[in-house]
Design a protein around this ligand. Structure first.
Ligand SMILES: [Fe+2]
Ligand SMILES: [Fe+2]
Length: 270
């Protein structure tokens, strides 16, 4: 199974990059499933029903989120009606929406799991224990063809630890939230693809996707200043190409993808 995973979509430049490049990547790379973290799609803060539709129309199948999921309040009543939008699975049990989705992919299926870290973030349930619970019901290569985990976390250590914790039991653990792609893509010894952060889809002439001048000023003056706005330059699509084995469900290929905007382009050599 060929899967495209894209990091945090940051406002309009991020959405434009997805709309522009996902259809052609789907076609050129023969992608079967597209997963996108959309927690910043609405002006950097949350996502709306309309923007979910816009992302689906450009060929995205499943949307993951993170700490910004509830920034647009209209998503709260919507999320229960749309099983393709996930919120972190280790939110408290009664939270609206789902933390994982078993998505049909042709004759097969893929489990997408959204988890959030706890280091330097809000206090949440244990993401390691929650993943164990979910994997107790979904066994890779048995009742699920592929399992992709979006681990939305701040600390690289926590992300790497979860990668090794899940190694051999899931197809991939991909990090999101830092808005910067890391250069450590690899297949771990047990066969799980791993990258600490997929990077954002957005304008990289910015401070993690926000306009740089006010962001710099906040650090310099230590004053709150104006409400931050998304940087509006051309966005780079940052993602990861993953190919899984149809029998074992483990990773066969992992390659970063960067297209458009300011970052050095990278496309898988297939
Ligand atoms: Fe984000
Ligand atoms: Fe985040």
């Amino acid at each position: 199974m060929k899967i495209l995973f894209c990091g945090d979509v940051m406002g309009r430049p991020g959405r434009d990059a997805v709309t522009k490049y996902v259809p052609q990547l789907r076609r050129d790379l023969g992608i079967d499933l597209v997963i996108v973290n959309a927690e910043n799609a609405a002006g950097g803060f949350g996502l709306t029903e309309r923007l979910c539709g816009e992302l689906y129309d450009s060929g995205v199948d499943v949307l993951t989120t993170g700490n910004h999921v509830w920034d647009q309040r209209e998503i709260i009543p919507y999320i229960g009606r749309d099983p393709c939008v996930l919120r972190p699975a280790n939110f408290p049990k009664a939270t609206p929406g789902a933390g994982w989705r078993l998505h049909p992919v042709g004759p097969r299926n893929a489990l997408v799991v959204n988890l959030m870290g706890r280091l330097f973030m809000e206090a949440l349930d244990d993401p390691f224990a929650r993943l164990d619970e979910i994997l107790g019901e979904h066994r890779l290569g048995e009742n699920v063809s592929a399992i992709v985990v979006d681990f939305h976390a701040e600390a690289t250590s926590e992300k790497m630890a979860l990668g090794h914790f899940a190694d051999g039991r899931v197809s991939a653990v991909f990090g999101t939230h830092s808005h910067v792609p890391t250069a450590d893509w690899q297949i771990l010894p047990g066969g799980t693809a791993y990258q600490t952060d997929a990077g954002m889809c957005g304008d990289y002439d910015s401070v993690i996707g926000l306009q740089k001048e006010p962001a710099v000023r906040r650090f310099v003056t230590k004053m709150p200043g104006e409400r931050p706005h998304v940087a509006e330059g051309e966005g780079t699509l940052c993602g990861i190409f993953l190919e899984t084995d149809n029998h074992t469900g483990l990773a066969r290929t992992i390659e970063p993808i960067r297209v458009g905007g300011r970052l050095a382009p990278h496309l898988p050599q297939l």
